[in-house]
Write a new protein. Structure first.
Length: 265
């Protein structure tokens, strides 16, 4: 059926007649059979979902999410981001949609689908081309389509917080790296090295706290009082060797001041 025929003769079917799992989309009342995904597209679909769903700013993401764009139009992009709609019902629109175009892609049908998504309020439709040079076509309402190669990054201001390298939408290794970056960013870390450094710092602080506690206990065991000055000095010391020296000095010193004098800060 041509796009022109579909445009002027609407079909009889409505979104409410379809159930979750039915292998059809609807375009202006006409059913469109959704065939199983081939090997070249099944992996990338999941990778793209993981990368986008892990972005710190994303509220929701789904694979093959049904979007009831109109009473007679139901579309299910490969990945939908920040879709709207009540739980248990078809979603109504998504801010960002991703389509993977592999072998046997029906280009006319893809064009119609993109147009319907944009007309319903989708801000961007990214078409990931899996045949030939890897690239992404960026479709945006009111703007000319543009294409970027696999060395570029994609942005979606107001939807995504972090840029998405094109390669991460289809390459497993790149997708895992970007997903890890996103998950770390959501917890306030700039990189895995930052997590490691925090772990080292936490371990160091735990060691310092333990030695400080033993030092105070040793001083009190001598019958001396740890006043505010002593406590402040011990708490401010961040040198482990100095704390250990004070701890050893408590055994032989005649006063707490004497114990804390050698090697003091």
């Amino acid at each position: 059926m041509s796009d022109g025929h579909r445009r002027y003769q609407r079909g009889p079917f409505r979104a409410g007649q379809l159930r979750s799992g039915d292998p059809y989309e609807l375009s202006q009342g006409h059913p469109i059979f959704c065939a199983p995904t081939g090997r070249d597209g099944s992996g990338p679909n999941g990778l793209g979902f993981t990368v986008l769903d892990s972005d710190p700013a994303v509220r929701s993401a789904g694979v093959d999410t049904g979007l009831a764009l109109a009473p007679d139009t139901l579309r299910a992009p490969d990945v939908a981001v920040n879709f709207e709609g009540e739980a248990g019902a078809w979603a109504t629109q998504a801010s960002l949609a991703v389509a993977y175009a592999g072998r046997g892609q029906d280009e006319a049908e893809l064009k119609t689908k993109i147009g319907e998504l944009l007309a319903a309020g989708t801000r961007w439709v990214w078409v990931v081309r899996l045949v030939g040079p890897r690239r992404v076509e960026i479709h945006e309402a009111g703007a000319a389509m543009r294409t970027v190669g696999d060395d570029a990054s994609l942005t979606a201001p107001g939807v995504l917080e972090l840029p998405v390298p094109v390669r991460a939408l289809y390459d497993r290794s790149a997708a895992h790296e970007v997903t890890l970056r996103n998950l770390l960013a959501a917890k306030g870390y700039g990189s895995l090295d930052a997590v490691r450094e925090e772990g080292r710092e936490e371990g160091r602080e735990e060691g310092l706290s333990a030695v400080r506690a033993m030092l105070v206990a040793s001083i009190e065991a001598r019958g001396w009082r740890v006043d505010e000055v002593h406590a402040g000095r011990i708490g401010a010391c961040r040198d482990l060797s100095t704390l250990r020296a004070w701890f050893a000095a408590v055994v032989t010193a005649s006063t707490v001041e004497g114990a804390l004098s050698d090697g003091g800060e």
